[in-house]
Design a protein around this ligand. Structure first.
Ligand code: LLP
Length: 471
């Protein structure tokens, strides 16, 4: 990739020659100049400001492609039948979808709205995986009739309805999706409570013992085992996703044990599981430390090698999968780790107010409805001042002394904050603040609350602005 030599980077150096955000260059505070000092994939901030949109999300599409690529190349090392399904709930903007589509990855959707957006972006229906904990019948029917490739089910009644529908329409359907059962492995993970999805108290997935009981009972309904096998044949997969923003690998061996236990039960009951969907969930470093793209490969390698090693204990599964699981199709459905670090959220200072030495408010034109993760999850995104309007700032060292700010927006709620504690120098009207790791679950969760306009989006590729969405 053609990269400009780095300016004085403030970002933490990870491995030799690698930075946490290789597509963003920010000069040291003392070297930042008016209109200069910040580059997004080689485009200077001054070019972004000329577009006259604030607040605005700015995305490097090369960063998106790079992340997908790391997933793909690592996964390919272990399994020849594989796929990445980008979880578009993280960011459904059309240029991002198109970029992912160009990498040959598939897409993970959770509603018929996302199905239509995926088709519009050029995904083939066969590269779409329809997940979702509460799908309507009309939604899965539209997708199946449109040639959907993969379908993850979260309820045993849903599974029955879908299998009945497929068996009733077998001659009409051009393509039968691979159906996977989403298993609830009953495991606790370390993350925000709203992001846990695989414990006993979770609404997601199906408990293994419920599935066992269901299979035993439903088999009785069929006149013979051949009829049962035919009816259940689209069920070929097991899916697990235990949560989002996970920062440790330990839990993954336990997940794999549960998958293997379920796979061998399926095999013993004439259901052939050839497909394993390992979900998404890999976290990103919101507070400006640790991971970079290479940690995607650590995560994928850990999952894949653990799967191959633990499968060795299940001799019967070798008949189906081969000794090295070479007949198995393995996929991931990452969202956050693909897009979070590709994007910054830029917002301009409106006014400042100092209630006391400890209560310094900086009002910006972006609000909780534009950039919702801090107010919803108390998420801490690193914040920097990237452009100065006031030339005094550059002359007077005293103005550069950092203080603790609350960065707040124009919405009529005390919960409207972008940061509770940003350590920044004195701020002036029209200074520009950047919030990092803003690509996942930010624009896609933005709303019109207070009848505010949605933030604009600027997309950069190969050092050029290629698209602006005004919203
Ligand atoms: N697969 C399933 C079944 C999921 O529920 C999710 C995310 C993903 C894949 C993608 O997970 P990821 O790789 O992005 O962690 N709004 C929250 C995150 C909600 C995640 C929902 N499910 C946030 O801003 O942190």
């Amino acid at each position: 990739m053609n990269r400009r030599p780095m300016m004085g980077l403030i970002f933490i150096q990870l491995k030799k020659g690698k930075t946490m955000r290789p597509f963003f260059d920010l000069a040291k505070l003392t070297e930042r100049k008016i209109g200069h000092g910040f580059l997004i994939d080689n485009v200077p901030l001054s070019k972004i400001l000329e577009c006259n949109h604030s607040p605005v999300y700015v995305t490097s599409l090369n960063a998106v492609a790079e992340r997908v690529n790391i997933y793909q190349t690592t996964l390919k090392k272990y399994f020849k039948n594989n796929s990445i399904f980008y979880a578009m709930k993280a960011n459904f903007s059309n240029p991002i979808l198109k970029q992912v589509q160009e990498t040959t990855a598939g897409v993970d959707i959770v509603s018929i709205g996302e199905w239509r957006a995926a088709l519009k972006a050029g995904f083939s229906p066969q590269k779409i995986c329809f997940a979702g904990v509460g799908k309507k019948e009309e939604e899965w029917r539209e997708a199946i009739e449109g040639g959907l490739g993969y379908l993850n089910v979260e309820h045993l009644d849903e599974l029955k309805d879908i299998l009945n529908y497929i068996s009733d329409n077998i001659n009409k359907l051009k393509f039968i999706p691979v159906i996977s059962l989403r298993l609830n492995p009953c495991l606790e993970v370390k993350t925000h409570p709203h992001l846990k999805t695989g414990a006993l108290d979770s609404k997601f997935g199906i408990l293994f013992e419920h599935f066992e009981e269901w299979v035993i009972n439903i088999k009785q309904v069929f006149p013979n085992s051949q009829a049962f096998q035919e009816w259940i044949s689209p069920l070929k997969g097991i899916h697990v996703h235990v949560g989002s923003q996970l920062m440790e690998n330990k839990i993954f061996s336990l997940i794999i044990e549960k998958i293997l236990e379920c796979a061998s039960f399926m095999f013993e009951n004439n259901i052939k599981p050839y497909h394993i969907d390992l979900g998404g969930g890999l976290g990103v470093p919101y507070e400006g430390v640790s991971l970079d793209g290479t940690d995607i490969s650590v995560h994928v390698e850990f999952f894949c090698s653990t799967l191959i090693n633990l499968a060795k204990k299940y001799k019967k599964l070798h008949i189906l999968w081969g000794n090295q699981c070479e007949n198995l199709f393995v996929c991931f459905e990452p969202g956050r780790s693909i897009v979070a670090s590709s994007t910054v959220f830029l917002t301009k200072v409106l006014y400042t107010k100092h209630n006391s030495n400890d209560h310094n408010f900086c009002f910006v034109d972006g609000a909780m409805n534009d950039f919702p993760r801090p107010s919803i999850y108390n998420a801490k995104h690193q914040c920097e001042v990237v452009n100065f309007e006031n030339s005094e700032f550059l002359k007077q060292n005293s103005l550069r002394k950092k203080i603790h700010w609350q960065i707040v927006g124009p919405v009529c709620e005390s919960g409207d904050f972008l940061s509770k504690d940003a350590l920044l120098p004195k701020l002036f009207k029209n200074d520009v603040l950047a919030f990092f790791e803003a690509g996942a679950y930010c624009r896609s969760m933005a709303s019109h609350y207070n009848l505010r306009k949605l933030p604009a989006e600027i997309f950069i590729k190969n050092g050029k602005i290629i698209e602006i969405i005004e919203n």
